[in-house]
Design a protein around this ligand. Sequence first.
Ligand code: PDD
Length: 283
Amino acid sequence: MLKCVYVNGQFLQRRNAMIDVEDRGFNFGDAVYEVIFLNNGILVDEEEHLNRLEYSLSELSIALPKSRRVLSLLIREVIRLNKITNGFVYLQVSRGVAPRDHLIPDNITPSLVIMARSSNLIEKPSIRNGVSVITVPDLRWHRRDIKTTQLIANCLAKSDAVKAGAGEAWMVDENGAITEGSSSNAWIVTTNRELITRPPSSEILNGITRRTIIELAKEERLDFHERGFTTSEALKAAEAFFTSATSLATPVLSIDGQQIGSGKVGPVTKKLQAMYVKFASSA
Ligand code: PDD
C-alpha cells in the first residue's frame, strides 16, 4: 500500500497528494520514470537507474529536478516513512505545468514524484515457477531507449497477454524480430547453450537488470551474444526468460502456446536467477 508519497517538495499522505491537471506528464506523457528494486533495504543498481534517469531527461531537454545526492536522500526518506524493506521505488519527473499546448515550453519547473511499494519480489510465483508469453506487434514510437511514461502500447500488450492467460507480451518489430517485453527485456538460450539478448539501440530500453545479468553471464563464462532474434528462433530455444527491476529474471515456459525446451525452468535461467539474487543482496 502507498501511504506516504513525495510530490514537488512535500512528503504527503497519498490522499492529500495532488498533481496539477495541466501537468505535461498527465496531459502528454511528457515525463520519464525509473523503477528501482529494493531488496532487504538495498536499492539495487541505484546509480545505474539514476544515470538512466539523467539520460532520459537530457534526451528530452528536461532539467534534473534535484541533484543526484538530494534525489538519493528523498528516495530513502520515502522508503523510511513507509517502513519498507522489500519492494520497489517509483520515481517520475515530468516537464512540469504549463497551459496545454503541444509546443514544448521553455524553462518550466519539472515535477517530481517518488513512491515506494512493499512487495516480496524474490518470492513471486511467476519468478520462481515461470510464465507463458505471447507475441504481439510492437506498436511503439522509435525512441524506446528513453524511459517515458507514454506506455499505452505497453499496457495494451500486457493486457492482451493476461487476457490470453500469459504473464508477459514480447513485442515483435516489422522484421519479425523480438524487441522486448511490455515491461522487460527478452532473452533466449539456444540449444547450443548460447545466451542471447538484443543489443541496446533506440528500439529497446537498455534495461539495468539486463546489463547486470550480462555482467553475471560473463563472470560465469556463459557463451553470451548480443544480437537480435526472431519469434521462430525463440520458439526453438532451449530456454527463455525476461528481465526487469520488478520481474528480476522470470523464466518463460511457453511462447504463443508452444512449449520452450523442457517446459520447465532451465538450468541457465536458474543459475542467472541465483546469481542475480546474490548480487541484489550484496550490492
Ligand atoms: N520497466 N523494457 C521495458 C519496456 C521496460 O518497461 C522495462 C522496465 C525494461 C527493463 O528495465 P530494467 O531492467 O531497468 O527494469 C525493459 C519497469 C520495471 C516498469 O515499467 O515498471
